[in-house]
Design a protein around this ligand. Structure first.
Ligand code: F6R
Length: 608
């Protein structure tokens, strides 16, 4: 949440910063702003505006080409509404020091009161402004922005990524982080600081990881990292494996549509190199984990939580050990019973979701071994886990998660097969069969995507519905939950996913004449296929307008039938969720919503 960029180098800072903000706007779009050092020792130029980045761009009257150091922010509001005044950057009273922030300063009220007692005047309602005033005081004492940042950070509680600039040193940007993301982009004669690498990917592929409670100073030629005591730290460097094109729309109307269509490749890339032979699985990353666990606990949020729910069915069936899946935000406030034989798997596309990070730390403090499934190299959650398996979905920019989910489920399947192979809980021939099924997935997803046009047209016919219900059983139930989540967040419609068997226990009362119900059928050979067909009859008898998702093993007399290819029942969500994503996408477009930037949301929820 909130996108942050800092630039220092020979090029005009404004264009570099705005380009970075454009790529980070998925993190928040309540307001945007920049601070630029145009003249040594003079007031900074600050431009900020409520609303999307385009609003800010529309008001810029100069390109400030004489500014070579600058910082920029795109906001997801927490403290203080989305107004011009609350937009970042925030300034000290001299107007020479500016700060941008992602996160929440939990002790900002006491800091503000203390600062007001010393005569500071506040302009905004944000927690961030306290940092600007504190930094200003400390800068007056030491005359050094990094020293000032270190002492201010020691006083802050909560989570933050902070960037600061002072016009006395226009080529210097100072950053700090605790529980919020910040990476350094190392260019040639220019350097960047940003919430994630997409902000600078078109200028450099070299990045440095920053750890907890570290302060970084960047000038065009140098990057210096220290801890809060000032001790030097050597940050880990890594190379970004994708290029700028991957973070662009590439001819698609929205990032989400592009990412839906990237799913065959994302799944294929995630499977790549994992099968040295037709009946064996290689996951070198797990070699240092003791896999004699007697329980698996999966922790995640939102769509990643649904990936965990889907994976549970396969792990339990193939590995024969109990799996629990829990919302990270709930887990972290419980006193759960974990042992060293519990393997905790966290799932996170961004690797920065605060609730998941805190749940991971909670699990670690209770002695569990931890494995993370993540899409973002170098992010905090994998760095703090005992082992990591990266999904290879490429950058996911749209706020609504699509390709990340499919690849997360695939990785859970790989983990299950890997453990089953070692423990012997599955026969070699069954493993071979399942590997072959997994390898066929990219083509099957492609097949669905080639035939989505009728589904898109049909979706538009439901645009004025008040509510859509999703029904599934067994592994189709979490798929139904995911379908409902996508529709809620994109179409702003009431949507709920139910387990077919639960219908009669309450939800069937919601069915009225014409209520759209999307029903996901398992393969006809499944023991629950008949039950699901009965559920469809039950809702139809009460007037529901059923849309069925089924493979060709079913002969169904339903006008709205969406066909998916046949596959192993446990893998079916990897196919059935694709039309649900398209349904939500098209509904959002039909209702005139902003698909890539749905209201009130932001990608990467780095606050609690
Ligand atoms: C929904 C969505 C969110 C995320 C959730 C976890 O489309 O994108 O529900 O899945 O916020 O995010 P990560 O995976 O980054 O931890």
């Amino acid at each position: 949440m909130c996108g942050i960029v800092g630039y220092t180098g020979p090029n005009p800072a404004l264009s570099r910063v705005i380009e970075g903000l454009r790529r980070l706007e998925y993190r928040g779009y309540d307001s945007a702003g920049v601070a630029l050092a145009t003249k040594v020792g003079e007031k900074l130029v600050v431009e900020k505006k409520a609303g999307k980045l385009a609003n800010l761009e529309g008001t810029l009257t100069s390109d400030y080409s004489n500014a070579h150091g600058g910082i920029g922010h795109t906001r997801w509001a927490t403290h203080g509404g989305p107004t011009d005044v609350n937009a970042h950057p925030h300034l000290d009273e001299s107007g020479k020091l500016a700060v941008i922030h992602n996160g929440i300063i939990e002790n900002y009220i006491e800091l503000k009161e203390e600062l007001e007692r010393r005569g500071h005047k506040f302009k905004s309602e944000t927690d961030t402004e306290s940092v600007a005033h504190l930094l200003s005081e400390e800068f007056k004492i030491s005359g050094d922005l990094a020293t000032a940042m270190r002492s201010v950070c020691s006083r802050l509680r909560g989570s933050f990524t902070l960037l600061a600039i002072h016009s006395d040193r226009p080529d210097l940007i100072v950053g700090a982080r605790r529980n919020s993301p910040l990476v350094v982009g190392v260019g040639t004669g220019e350097n960047f600081l940003a919430s994630d690498v997409s902000a600078f990917i078109s200028h450099t592929k070299r990045a440095l990881e920053l750890g907890q409670d570290q302060v970084v100073q960047v000038t065009p030629e140098k990057v210096v990292v220290t801890d809060l005591s000032g001790a030097a730290i050597t940050p880990k460097e890594y190379e970004i494996t994708w290029d700028a094109k991957a973070a662009e729309r590439g001819g698609f109307k929205h990032f989400m549509l592009k990412e839906i269509f990237e799913q065959p490749k994302a799944v294929a890339d995630t499977l790549l190199g994992r099968f040295p032979s037709s009946d064996s699985i290689e996951l070198k990353e797990l070699e240092n984990l003791a896999l004699d666990c007697n329980r698996i606990l999966i922790l995640a949020c939102g769509t990643a939580y649904h990936a965990g729910l889907i994976g549970k069915y396969a792990i339990e069936e193939w590995v024969q050990i109990p799996v629990d899946v829990e919302l990270a935000s709930e887990f972290r406030y419980r006193k759960p019973v974990l042992t060293s034989k519990t393997l905790v798997i966290t799932i996170s596309q961004s690797g920065e979701t605060m609730d998941t990070l805190m749940a991971l730390r909670h699990a670690e403090s209770l002695g569990a071994q931890t494995l993370s499934i993540c899409n973002t190299i170098g992010s905090t959650i994998p760095r703090e886990s005992d082992a990591v398996l990266y999904t290879h979905a490429g950058p996911e920019i749209a706020v609504a998660s699509t390709k990340a989910l499919l690849t997360q489920v695939v990785v859970l399947h790989l983990v299950a097969l890997y453990i089953a192979n070692r423990s012997g809980s599955l026969s070699k021939s069954r493993i071979k069969e399942l590997i072959s099924e997994l390898l066929e997935l990219p083509n099957k997803i492609e097949e669905i995507l080639e035939t989505v046009e009728p589904l898109r047209e049909m979706t538009r016919g439901y645009k004025d519905s008040n509510s859509v219900l999703f029904l599934g059983r067994h592994v189709g139930f979490p798929a139904a939950l995911e379908g409902a989540l996508k529709l809620k967040e994109l179409a702003y419609m009431h949507a709920e996913g139910f387990a077919g068997g639960e219908l009669k226990h309450g939800p069937i009362a919601l069915i009225d004449k014409g209520t759209p119900v999307i029903a996901i059928l398992p393969p006809a050979s499944s023991e629950i296929a008949e039950k699901m067909r009965s559920n469809i009859q039950e809702v139809r008898a009460r007037g529901a307008n059923v849309i069925a998702i089924a493979d060709p093993s079913h002969n169904l007399d339903i006008p709205n039938l969406i066909r998916i290819p046949e596959c192993e029942e446990l893998l079916q969500p990897l196919l059935s969720i694709v039309p649900l994503q398209v349904f939500a996408y098209e509904m959002a477009v039909a209702r005139g919503n902003d698909v890539d930037q749905p209201r009130n949301l932001a990608k990467s929820v780095t606050v609690e």
